[in-house]
Design a protein around this ligand. Sequence first.
Ligand code: SF4
Length: 323
Amino acid sequence: MASSDLTTSSSVLQVPEPAEIRQWASARGILILAHSYQEGFLQECAHFVGDSLELARAAETEQAEAICFCGVHFMAETAKLLNPTARVFVPDLDAGCSLADSCRAEDLVRYQDHLEGKLGRRPTTVAYINCSAAVKALCDVICTSGNARQVVDSIPAGEPILFVPDKHLGGWINETSGRDMVLWNGACQVHELFSVDTLRVLQDEHPGSITMSHPECPKAVRDASDHVVGTAAMLRLAESHHGATFLVGTEGNLIYRLHKAAPGNRYIPAPGASCACNLCPFMQLNTPEKLWQVLHQGGNEIEVAAELFEPAQRALKRMLAIR
Ligand code: SF4
């Protein structure tokens, strides 16, 4: 990938190649983490690339004075919660998440109170990791798409559960586990866009293809898929095939990782190869130029309010203890 110029108010910095950026950061005790939904250049810059669970584990276990998180705000907050002594910063502070925004802490606490009055007991609240630290602090346990079923299975049968914020992931867990969790009405704006009609057309155009979709997709899309799996499981599935054609129902940048992990397959993004609407606009705010700028100049540091640390860490650590 070509290097590019970075214009700042005071200077012009040349963005080096990814390996050079990584080495530059290593020499200064900075760990670069990148989510699988980041563009390929940023993935190449990172010491670790992964899904939310893998990155949470890396943030917790890696020794680093500082973490530069190429991802969205709630992910960087999670890194800070799990590694409080490290300074955590992001290429762009505006990289948020529509799903996290759909569940505000003040609304959640009101709804928990309402359910407690209705059910006669406070439900166990399970939060998908795609939420703010303030929401995590109100929850009993966190999950990712990769371990949501295990987390829910760890809660005794019969215990009322409120699942926030993703109604599609929660609905999928209800379907596969037989639970009857109360679902928060939130959704990811990227996965919500996948349409079963477009998927059916693609499947007809590619007979013999394998459709894998993320559990954040609507039920109709999930039902039309061969596999409903998180991104880490998509990678494992791809690696177990050679010469296959996969229709990929998740954020489009995962295809970069799929190609790298299992280059012998063909990957076609849903809803279509020429359509960029499956790219997350928040993830796209992070660019090589912004990464290089923040590494050089600092700023964009993530802060978490002191009172949120203990309850949010407790919910996260309960998840990480579930193997
Ligand atoms: S892909 Fe969806 S859930 Fe992930 S950061 Fe973007 S808006 Fe949020």
